[in-house]
Write a protein that binds this ligand. Structure first.
Ligand SMILES: [Mg+2]
Length: 281
């Protein structure tokens, strides 16, 4: 009987999983790391890809259309090694700007719910950032660039030849009937990325809370069933269920996440009673 009751208690939990973005979510935007990433990506485009003009503008257009600059660069015809890109963009970051965050560490450890990281960044960056923040043992797993894009070999589209698609011209012509080239990269905020993550990590989106600093990532998450929390602003927006200035606000903003502790204590108590009862019997 007790076992049946326990199962009901668990399945009634509102949330079974917490899914966290990394950059500008688990540490604040004012660390300046994201700005450094943008700078590094622009340097990669100039030094490695030989792009000479309107590099910052191109970055913004590609990010808007394709989710990440990397995904956009691949779409418009540039071929490069993903590891090269990531070591250029992330490998040279001033990680010493990230400080251990024992408050967040305690918050995460005290949450009796499964926790996973979901980032568009690469594994080396995620691991290094988590280590710097002192959060490396807070998550069951890391879902990152390599998880969704395991095939390292880049395949150049033969039809595209060596001609790079002119995204600038595309953006400036409102009634363009030209088809945008597709990217082989799977990343937030596109539905496919969320669906793959749900399958790989066995996540039920209806019972998952998703934390991210990007409204568009959250809106996309909402459309595939996730409950959403904006971090970095307390301003409520369409597609956002909760909004906090900082990840540190989750204790007062989402106290129900800790409710499961009471349930777990009840369960272990009833388990104990059941065992003791059976021994006595
Ligand atoms: Mg982010």
């Amino acid at each position: 009987m007790e076992n049946g009751d326990q199962f009901t208690q668990f399945s009634d939990a509102k949330y079974e999983c917490l899914l966290f973005d990394l950059d500008d979510t688990l540490y604040p935007l004012n660390s300046g790391l994201s700005k450094e990433v943008s700078k590094n990506i622009q340097e990669f485009m100039i030094e490695k890809l030989g792009i000479e003009e309107k590099v910052p503008e191109l970055c913004i257009s590609l990010y808007k259309i394709y989710g990440t600059t990397l995904a956009g660069l691949r779409a418009i015809g540039y071929d490069f090694d993903y590891d090269d890109f990531h070591s250029f963009a992330h490998g040279r970051l001033p990680y010493d700007r990230l400080k251990p965050d024992p408050v967040l560490r305690n918050l995460l450890h005290s949450l009796p719910i499964r926790k996973l990281l979901f980032t568009n960044g690469d594994m080396a960056h995620a691991t290094r950032a988590l280590q710097r923040l002192g959060l490396e043992d807070c998550f069951e797993g890391i879902l990152c660039f390599e998880t969704l894009n395991p095939n390292k070999e880049t395949v150049v589209d033969e039809a595209a030849g060596s001609v790079v698609f002119d995204i600038d011209q595309f953006m400036s012509s409102l009634n363009s009937d030209i088809d945008l080239p597709k990217t082989p990269i799977i990343c937030k905020p596109f539905e496919e990325a969320y669906k793959q993550v749900f399958e790989i990590a066995n996540i039920n989106p209806q019972k998952t809370l998703f934390f991210d600093d990007s409204v568009r990532n959250l809106q996309a998450g909402k459309s595939v069933g996730l409950h959403t929390v904006l971090i970095g602003s307390s301003q409520q927006t369409n597609g956002v269920d909760h909004a906090f200035e900082s990840i540190h606000n989750i204790r007062e903003g989402l106290p129900e996440l800790w409710d499961a502790i009471g349930k777990l204590e009840n369960v272990s108590y009833s388990e104990k009673v059941a065992i003791e009862t059976s021994v006595r019997a």
